[in-house]
Design a protein around this ligand. Structure first.
Ligand SMILES: NC(=O)c1ccc[n+]([C@@H]2O[C@H](COP(=O)([O-])OP(=O)(O)OC[C@H]3O[C@@H](n4cnc5c(N)ncnc54)[C@H](O)[C@@H]3O)[C@@H](O)[C@H]2O)c1
Length: 331
């Protein structure tokens, strides 16, 4: 009997690929490299897919008639039409906290490199300068700073631990789904409104999912609420920030800087006006790209596929209602 087909749609650590190969006919067809039609054709006969960046649209889901599981290699499922998958009876599962430590570390990297303007000073030295200019250079501090977390789930909590334990930072958090006691247990103070968090923080770090509710949650009004010396760090999704408003705020000195791992459009293209700002530090959506995080995430994604295709529940289902719908239909 032929093995079920599982599509891996982005390069991933060999741990997960090898695990899948023990059970399935694994087809590696990479988004951004293979023509879209080749990916659609591979999905047509597949029972499972591991996706990182491949958008799982309604059209793609509806034409993939054999699909039973979409495993997200990572946490954010904004590129997957979860409603369409649920209607089709397809389980969507993410990788839980598998890459949380890696992304949390990168948030701290962006905090420090924005405060210390690492790319700009690196460039100065390479160009033969920096030493005269340093006499006037003064940077912001992470030590003892007030850091405000918007979203206090797996990544926000881990980043908070790092800056609290490592830098004695005071932690504020805004997350309607996390109670004050749970925040207190992490050494954080629950703040009831986004506005209050923005007004009080020296560093604002975003760790919430992108949805229609959170799109542009940081716009002109929110940036104006921040302190003039404050910086914004975004390792969540680019769409949570209105990039035009951020560009204006940086140009006008409304805030002091920004560290961005994610963009409204990815890749952002070279004409993005933010690139002209010297007080912005950028990286190409690599928050979860450490060896440890990639290894854990790859294994988690493979385990989700194996769980569903062997009739069990995955550890981190996004649409568990698929199971109750299936039960209701058989009753
Ligand atoms: N840069 C990267 O490489 C990278 C990697 C992984 C995840 N991410 C992004 O980070 C996000 C967070 O990941 P996580 O693992 O911490 O997810 P999580 O689900 O553990 O936590 C997200 C938290 O955000 C909160 N939240 C939702 N809406 C909110 C709102 N309007 N205001 C404040 N809080 C809100 C939720 O209640 C939840 O506690 C993901 O959704 C993903 O988009 C980025």
């Amino acid at each position: 009997m032929s093995k079920p087909i599982v599509v891996v749609s982005s390069p991933m650590n060999s741990v997960g690929v090898e695990l899948l190969r023990q059970h399935y006919d694994v087809r590696e067809v990479f988004y951004g490299e293979a023509p879209p039609q080749e990916i659609a054709n591979a999905l047509r006969d597949a029972e499972g897919v591991v996706t990182r960046s491949l958008p799982l649209t309604r059209a793609l889901i509806e034409q993939s008639k054999s699909l039973k599981v979409v495993a997200k290699h990572g946490a954010g499922v904004d590129t997957i039409d979860v409603a369409a998958a649920t209607e089709a009876g397809i389980i969507v599962a993410n990788s839980g906290d598998a890459n949380a430590l890696g992304v949390a570390e990168h948030a701290v990297v962006l905090m420090l490199s924005t405060l210390r303007r690492v790319p700009a000073t690196d460039r100065m030295v390479r160009e033969g300068g920096g030493f005269a200019e340093r006499e006037r250079m003064v940077f912001g501090d992470l030590w003892d700073a007030t850091v405000g977390f918007v979203g206090f789930g797996n990544i926000g909590r881990n980043a908070a631990r790092m800056v609290r334990n490592g830098f004695q930072a005071k932690i504020l958090a805004f997350d309607p789904a996390v109670g004050a006691d749970a925040m207190k247990a992490e050494g954080a103070e629950k703040v009831d409104t986004l506005q209050a968090l923005l007004e009080r923080s020296d560093i604002v770090s975003l760790h919430l999912p992108l949805s229609e509710k959170t799109r542009h949650i940081i716009g002109r009004r929110e940036l104006l609420a921040m302190k003039k010396h404050a910086i914004l760090v975004n390792t969540s999704r680019g769409g949570t920030v209105d990039e035009h408003a951020l560009h204006d705020a940086l140009r006008e000195g409304v805030i002091a800087g920004a560290g961005l791992d994610v963009f409204e459009t990815e890749p952002p293209g070279t004409a993005n006006p933010l690139f002209a700002s010297s007080n912005v530090v950028l990286s190409p959506h690599i928050g979860g790209a450490t060896l440890a995080a990639r290894t854990r995430t790859s294994r988690r994604a493979a385990e989700a596929v194996i769980a569903v295709l062997s009739g069990s529940r995955p550890d981190y289902p996004i649409n568990p209602e698929v199971y109750s719908r299936a039960r209701a239909q058989t009753e």
